[in-house]
Design a protein around this ligand. Structure first.
Ligand code: 0WK
Ligand code: 0WK
Ligand code: BGC
Ligand code: BGC
Length: 946
């Protein structure tokens, strides 16, 4: 031992730069960049561990979700009370955000008072600590003459780790720093505060939000800087938070948008991850702390411990004779005698050495100037390590944000607070320099929170209030779209009544129930080549269908799709049919069958009154069509005339069918149980096989029909592909005809007015056929986008969306195409993509906006699906009762872009039909080749009879 003293004595005599010996002594504390990068990488791994549901429980860095989903966006306003507990000073504040007199535009006014917390309360009973807090609050209200009657929203900054499931609830995970009040760990500290406020009484305070001081600091700085997505505290304790992508936070529902995560990085190392950087002095500080083994990184970094680290180093060096000639004073042996304020003082540019001498003399030491230089350097190394470790942690967070946002470089601001950062003369610049050295490609700005974190806490509360009120207002706006079981039951009943009424009355009925003169579904005997023309909702298709001997599968089908320009849809009838004839001509050229003179079936997806299979008088246009001189005319004649006018080819139009009927036939070719056709596309409609006897309005025709059809014989039909097509004997006897219900007209008599919303009324009034097709306008692709647009307009006018800016784009009819609904609602689509879809429409949106847009789309499309489900339940139950069955198995052939492409429409429709018609087992069979094949089948059947 003596030898050591001897050597060091001579050593010092050599007038070596005293800092050198300190550098050697504290070699382990002097971290260079690749060590910092290593620590940063370790911390990133810890962050991933904390975020993942599997490893969160074991993670030392807890990555606590804060339920703060957005940084300030400038619309926050209100008056709030705030409590700031957990830092070096407990403060009570009143914060006025953009409200009240004299608040400069966009400004915040704050009045605050600091209340000391008696030491014993820090380690006493939790209830007493919170009583002190609420009594301080009451005192503040008195002192600042704030009315005790008025209900005050309160923001609570609580600077300890809490597990939160909402903004206004938080279970204390553990105390840290110098707090260790009993009975609160694992308890909801917001509830504890509410109870304390109730115990104190005489004030009406509503705790709306509780936030960690890092979060409040981020929000405070975010008020003036939209790039502030990180909050950093380097004070008594240390910690950081940042805006993480919600999809990475396993512990929180949803993957849309972002949420602030309180990393609680103070605990980094609690699982030994930093053991190779821990020095004996760190172990001593930890062993002497009130939470040994916990907050390892915090004890290497934060203000509560730096002074102590310096003291222990200086003490050890003195004992080793490296300082003060080995003289050690009791003061130097005493815990806490060197504070972080002392460390900061020692490192002051000008007076650092002087301060160091004074501080050491206060510790009853007589330092030489070299001693002072050495001790100052100890402070430098200890505080430098602190800022370096913070830099490593920040680098990890900023790197993760860069990766989350797939950016090569990121511009970001870090909001900072804390006494150590604020009062240590060199801490900020050292930190900034190292972060910029470790992350050269990032543009990192540090914003000092100049007025504590309560402004931020108030903003969180304002956001909470705004989100809560927005949530309430959006729910209010969307609640009429959320139809209850009872309402759907009513719609089913009204649909049933409409079906019955339509079958009876000759005159106009809302549900027209148009006879299709199709008496049976295909039986597989159909043969030959047919042309099918398909005028649907959005385009025209020409198809060549060849039914061959043997397997159905080898039905040959060629087709070509043609768009129908708007001006043709809404031009003259002649132009429309000339356009169709031109398309047919082009198709026949394409197929090289100009002179084939083929029998053709014409799928015409509009309501037509038919008196036979090959005539159809258009009752009224629907969807986007408004061609003149068509309504009340026979569309087959109009097509024939157009073909004649063209005089290039000839067609034998044998049948005209509605697309629902064509779809039913197409699917019945695959599944003989298919007796219903459903279209959920641009328009919506359903047809089904009704018992002839129920089609009263078709009485007189019956004889003629029977004559034509001849009562169909029952029994089996052997097909030449050997497959037996079971002709269901039972219902064989009952002659049927397919009825095109045109259910789109339900409600035209006001029977749906109790579910029609003002948005629907707006859409109806702006449509080509106001007052008509009310059910269709609630359920089909032509209109859903417009309903969504009307709702978005209303929400934007209410300031709930797009920052209240009603842009030209949003006012443009048709801009929100229904296909966007399908895209926006797809589960696989992250919010960013929703935003880019909105971008395509010329709508700039925030994360929150797109969450709401998605919700509106969901509400509108879900209503459409459940309404169609209720309508379908009415149809299948009617068929079941027609056949006097307790249980009906039936298949529905379906087509239409909404049913086929929307991510949820089909399953919601099916589920609703199942629930509302429990005695029917309904299979939905999407049609492969559209209704064209069905039209060809009907043509084949019609030809067979000729
Ligand atoms: C001031 C903030 C407070 C935070 C404190 C941290 O208003 O919320 O806890 O900074 O720094 P400290 O006071 O612990 O140095
Ligand atoms: C494809 C059918 C056609 C029908 C259309 C409806 O072949 O007859 O009109 O589906 O779907 P939409 O094109 O309106 O989405
Ligand atoms: C606490 C954190 C807090 C930090 C800064 C730490 O001891 O665990 O919740 O943010 O101190 O005050
Ligand atoms: C038409 C129906 C058609 C449906 C689906 C409705 O607008 O009135 O005839 O079946 O659209 O295309």
């Amino acid at each position: 031992m003596f030898a050591v003293h001897l050597i060091s004595f001579f050593f010092s005599k050599l007038q070596e730069d005293p800092t050198k010996k300190v550098d050697r002594f504290l070699y382990a504390m002097r971290l260079h960049d690749d060590q910092l990068s290593d620590i940063s990488a370790r911390f990133q791994a810890e962050m991933r561990k904390g975020l993942s549901a599997e490893s969160n429980a074991a993670a030392s860095v807890k990555m606590l979700p804060t339920h703060v989903r957005s940084t300030p966006d400038g619309s926050e306003k209100g008056q709030f009370l705030a409590l700031d507990l957990g830092g070096s000073r407990f403060k009570v504040l009143q914060v006025k955000v953009r409200e009240g007199m004299g608040i400069r535009r966009g400004g915040v006014e704050m009045v605050e008072k600091t209340y000391p917390i008696p030491k014993e309360l820090l380690i006493g009973r939790g209830t007493e600590l919170f009583d002190h807090v609420s009594e301080s609050l009451k005192d503040f209200l008195h002192e600042k003459n704030i009315s005790l009657e008025k209900k005050h929203p309160l923001a609570f900054t609580f600077s300890f780790p809490c597990e939160q499931s909402t903004l206004n609830q938080g279970l204390l995970v553990n105390w840290s720093k110098n707090y260790r009040a009993r009975g609160l760990q694992g308890k909801d500290v917001v509830q504890a505060l509410r109870e304390a406020i109730d115990r104190t009484g005489g004030m009406d305070v509503e705790v709306l939000a509780m936030v960690n001081d890092t979060v409040a600091t981020m929000m405070t700085c975010g008020f003036d800087d939209q790039y502030c997505d990180v909050g950093l505290i380097i004070g008594t304790g240390t910690n950081a938070c940042y805006m993480e992508e919600l999809r990475h936070i396993d512990l929180v529902e949803g993957d849309e948008g972002r949420m602030c995560v309180n990393t609680e990085w103070g605990a980094f190392g609690d699982d030994g991850a930093l053991n190779d950087y821990i020095t004996e002095f760190d172990r001593d500080v930890d062993a002497a702390s009130n939470n040994p083994g916990k907050q390892i990184l915090e004890k290497m970094v934060s203000g509560m411990y730096l002074g102590e680290l310096v003291r222990l180093v200086v003490l050890k060096m003195a004992k080793l004779g490296l300082l003060f000639d080995g003289h050690v004073s009791d003061a130097l042996r005493t815990k806490g005698k060197i504070t972080t304020a002392h460390v900061a003082a020692m490192e002051e540019y000008k007076n650092g050495l002087k301060n160091t001498r004074n501080i050491l003399m206060d510790l009853d030491l007589t330092p030489t100037s070299d001693d002072c230089v050495a001790v100052q350097h100890v402070s430098t190394i200890v505080s430098f390590r602190s800022s370096n470790l913070v830099a490593a942690g920040l680098t990890a967070i900023l790197t993760r944000i860069k990766q989350n946002r797939n950016l090569r470089t990121v511009r970001i601001t870090v909001g900072v607070d804390g006494t150590l950062y604020k009062t240590h003369p060199q801490y900020p610049s050292r930190l900034h320099k190292v972060v910029r050295r470790l992350l050269p490609e990032c543009h990192v700005r540090f914003a000092l929170s100049d007025c504590g974190s309560s402004k931020g806490a108030a903003l969180v509360t304002a956001v909470a209030q705004r989100l809560a009120s927005r949530r309430r207002q959006v729910d209010e706006t969307l609640s009429p779209f959320r139809l209850s079981q009872e309402q759907l039951q009513l719609v089913k009943t009204r649909m049933r009544t409409g079906l019955e009424a339509g079958l009876k009355s000759k005159g106009p009925s809302t549900i027209k129930m148009l006879p299709s003169f199709v008496y049976r579904t295909p039986d597989g005997t159909e043969r030959g080549k047919y042309l099918a023309l398909d005028l649907g909702g959005t385009n025209f298709r020409a198809l060549l269908v060849n039914f061959k001997k043997g397997l159905q599968q080898n039905t040959r089908l060629y087709h070509k799709i043609y768009t129908i320009p708007l001006e043709i849809m809404q031009g003259s009838g002649e132009e429309l049919f000339d356009h169709i004839a031109q398309c047919v001509s082009d198709f026949l050229d394409y197929m090289g069958m100009k002179n084939a003179h083929l029998p053709a079936g014409f799928t015409f997806s509009f309501p037509c009154e038919q008196t036979s299979i090959d005539t159809g008088t258009l009752v009224s246009w629907t969807k986007g069509f408004k061609a003149t001189d068509c309504e009340g005319h026979d569309v087959v004649s109009m097509l024939r005339d157009a073909i004649k006018r063209r005089n290039e080819f000839d067609l034998d139009i044998v049948a005209v069918v509605n697309d629902t009927v064509g779809t039913m036939m197409s699917c019945a070719y695959e599944d003989p149980e298919c007796e219903i056709g459903l279209i959920a596309g641009t328009g919506t409609n359903v047809c089904y096989m009704e018992d002839l006897k129920n089609i009263e309005k078709a009485e007189q025709k019956t004889e003629k029909m029977e004559r034509e059809e001849g009562t169909p014989e029952g029994g089996e039909k052997k097909l030449d592909d050997g497959t037996k097509r079971e002709k269901k004997v039972g219902d064989a006897e009952i002659p049927k005809m397919c009825i095109n219900t045109e259910w789109g007209g339900l409600g035209d008599d006001g029977s749906l007015n109790d579910i029609i919303t003002p948005y629907d009324i707006e859409v109806d009034q702006n449509s080509l056929n106001p007052g008509k097709q009310r059910f269709e306008k609630l359920t089909s692709g032509m209109y859903l986008g417009e309903v969504v647009r009307q709702v978005l307009l209303d929400l934007t006018r209410g300031g709930l969306l797009f920052k209240g800016h009603v842009t030209e784009a949003l006012k443009t009819p048709g801009i929100f195409q229904t296909k966007y609904l399908s895209q926006i609602e797809s589960d696989r689509l992250a919010l960013l993509q929703v935003r880019s879809i909105l971008q395509q429409m010329g709508l700039d949106s925030t994360c929150d906006d797109s969450i709401i847009v998605k919700e509106v789309c969901g509400a509108v499309s879900r209503r459409a699906a459940v309404l169609c489900g209720a309508g379908m339940a009415a149809v299948v139950d009617k068929i079941r009762e027609n056949r006097g069955l307790d249980h009906l198995n039936i298949t529905v052939g379906v087509d239409g872009a909404l049913y086929k492409l929307h991510p949820h429409f089909a399953e919601v429709l099916q589920e609703t039909a199942r629930v509302l018609a429990p005695q029917c087992n309904v299979t939905f069979l999407p049609s492969e080749e559209g209704s064209g094949k069905g039209a060809a089948l009907i043509t084949a059947v019609a030809r067979q009879k000729l």
